[in-house]
Ligand binder design. Sequence first.
Ligand code: R5P
Length: 257
Amino acid sequence: MDFGMKNRLSRIFRPKTGKTVMLAVDHGYFQGPTSGLKDLKKTVTPLLPHTDCLYITRGMLRTCIDPNTDTPVCLRVSGGPSILGDLSHEDITTSIEEALRLNAAGIGMSIFVGAKNEDRTISNLGRLINDAERYGMPVLAITAVGKEMGRDTRYLGLACRIAAEIGAHMVKTYYCEDFHKVVEACPVPIVIAGGKKLPEMEALQMTENAIKEGASGVDMGRNIFQSDNPVGMIKAVRAIVHKGATVKEAFEIYSKK
Ligand code: R5P
C-alpha cells in the first residue's frame, strides 16, 4: 500500500486501536431534512471533537462545517433517487477531484445487492475504485438494505464479500445475528451503521456485540444525533469501540448530562 492510501486510512481508523467512530450525517442526500439534521451545523458542531471521521456529502461539508476542523472527512459520493423513487438507481455524484479538493480522507458509495439496479451500482463501485486507487483514496462500500432485501447473515455476508471482491478498502453494513460470520468472510474492515433510532441501551449493546464479533468500528448516525444526549451518546459509543467499555459503563457515560 502506498503512503497516501495508508495515511488516509490512518486518519479514519485510529492507529492506536485500529478502530473508528465515524459520525454519519449524509441522510439528507435521499431523505431531505432528516429529523435531527435539519440544522446540520448546530447538530454536528458539538459532536465533531468526539468524532474520528465525519461521513457527509460535499454540499453539507461546504456549507455547514468549519474548515478549521481537524476531524477528517469521508465523503458520500453517490446519489440520485430520493425516498420517493427506486433507491437502487444511484450513480456517482461527486468526482474524485472534488474529494481531493475537499481534502477527504475517504469516499463512500452504496451498492444495492439484490435490487433492480444491483449490477449498475456494483459496476459503479468498480469504476470509483479505479479512479480512487490512482490517487490513494480509500473507498467505503455501503451495503444498502432496501425494503425487499434481508438483513440476515447470508444476505449481508454476500453483499460485504462482493464489495471486498470489487476492491472496496472498507465496508459499512448492518449488525445481524451471527455477525462474526459476515466479518470472517470479508477481508477488509467492516463498520456498522446504526439504523433506525433504538433505545440508547439497545444501541450500545449492538455496538458492543459488533465490536466483540470483529467490527472495526461504527459509522453511526440516528442513534447518536437523535439521542436526547448526543454528546453523551457518542462518548459512550467511543468508550466501547476504543476502550472496550461494557454496556453498563457506556450507559453511565451517556447518562451524564
Ligand atoms: C445510509 O445509507 C446512510 O449512508 C447512513 O450513513 C447510514 O445508514 C448510517 O446512519 P444510521 O446509523 O443512521 O443508519
